[in-house]
Write a new protein. Structure first.
Length: 374
């Protein structure tokens, strides 16, 4: 294993898609980059991501971040020489509470203003887009045909290879143990493999970001939230194209995974699987004969308003952060890497992320809560 560099222009903590995208964008801009990941690249939340990529959000900033992700992933194989199985199967939101319809209508109007071709449809059309589902109790739906999916691990490997090719150093199996400061100036990062002198730290540590923020002296209100996913056995007659389908407000979702489906909804614990089985039996009864092939559990990184925190600390010079994505980090990774590059270089990002600054929690209601959290 190569020795730890004595110095780095910027130290990135976290090797998920946010971290490796940032490493690539910074290295491409000429920065001296060292990325540290305590496990394997993409082994945290990215490894457990559903791979959804969408622009069907309910806030301006999230729509713009999602659109950038869709555009980058569509050309990813050509640009980075890495196949990521990107496909636009669409997102289908099933609205089961009539009182929620105005929120979805407002979201569609906002999405349309950015060129997103989403629209409100009836239950019969929803059934045509996903023949697997029952539309019992579905009041209306939203169809967003240009949303899609990609393979998270392949994206991580593509960005990592491109970052290394541009001079970035990516070190795995290295934990961060401390951040040394002189007043409000960052001076070094203490790691399990030695001390690295640096004046800039970028936190992309996902569910473990609160600890990194504490070490730097910049509180980050990010906590881990357990999520579980069930993968079914083969389902006969499974369509080649299955939109990522979300029942709201339960946030129960399904998408194709090989010859079967992946199923999940928020929560965990001993009551989770029976509750999931009840939701699945009602919404997608074809799974009843498929059985469970395997399961996994992982962590979402969530903030109090379910929107990510992205920006530069006010009280600590040159501490950048991008975390708390509530399951949306994979799809926003391409845009966030470019945003952090611009913040590092001291220039306005192409996408205005000022409302995602962590200081918004000092002024309640300054940022709208994202409605479409999956």
């Amino acid at each position: 294993m190569a020795e730890m560099p004595e110095r780095a222009g910027v130290v990135i903590v976290g090797g998920g898609v946010i971290g490796v995208s940032s490493a690539f964008h910074l290295a491409e801009a000429g920065a001296d980059v060292l990325l540290l990941e305590r496990g394997a690249l993409g082994a945290g939340s990215t490894a457990k991501a559903a791979g959804g990529v969408r622009s069907s959000f309910t806030s301006r900033v999230n729509i713009e971040l999602g659109l950038r992700g869709l555009a980058e992933y569509e050309r990813f194989a050509d640009r980075f020489g890495q196949e990521i199985d990107f496909r636009r199967d669409g997102y289908l939101y099933l609205i089961t509470e009539p009182a929620d319809l105005p929120v979805f209508e407002s979201g569609v109007r906002l999405q349309n203003s950015f060129g997103v071709p989403s629209r409100i449809i009836d239950a019969a059309e929803a059934k045509r887009h996903n023949p697997l589902i029952s539309v019992d109790g579905v009041h209306a739906a939203v169809w967003s045909p240009e949303d899609g999916r990609a393979t998270p691990d392949s994206v991580v490997q593509g960005y990592a290879r491109a970052a290394r090719a541009r001079g970035a150093t990516l070190r795995t199996g290295v934990g961060v143990e401390g951040i040394e400061r002189d007043g409000d100036q960052i001076r070094a990062v203490r790691t399990s493999a030695g001390v690295v002198r640096t004046g800039v730290v970028l936190c992309a540590a996902g569910a473990w970001s609160a600890r990194i923020g504490e070490l730097a002296g910049c509180p980050l209100p990010v906590r881990p939230e357990r999520r579980e996913v069930v993968f079914t056995g083969p389902i006969g007659g499974l369509p080649e194209s299955v939109p990522l389908t979300v029942e709201m407000p339960s946030a129960f979702y399904l998408h194709r995974e090989g010859p079967g489906l992946a199923l999940s909804f928020p929560g965990g614990g001993s009551e989770w699987l029976p509750a999931l089985a009840e939701l699945a039996a009602h919404r997608v009864p074809s799974v009843l004969d498929a059985g469970i092939r395997t399961t996994w559990s992982g962590l979402y990184e969530v903030t109090p308003d379910r929107n990510q925190v992205v920006g530069e600390a006010a009280g600590v010079s040159r501490f950048l952060y991008a975390t708390g994505f509530s399951g949306h980090g994979f799809q926003m990774g391409p845009a966030i890497g470019a945003v952090l590059r611009d913040l590092y270089l001291g220039r306005p990002p192409e996408i205005d992320v000022s409302e995602l600054d962590v200081r918004r929690f000092d002024r309640p209601l300054a940022t709208a809560r994202e409605h479409h959290v999956v």
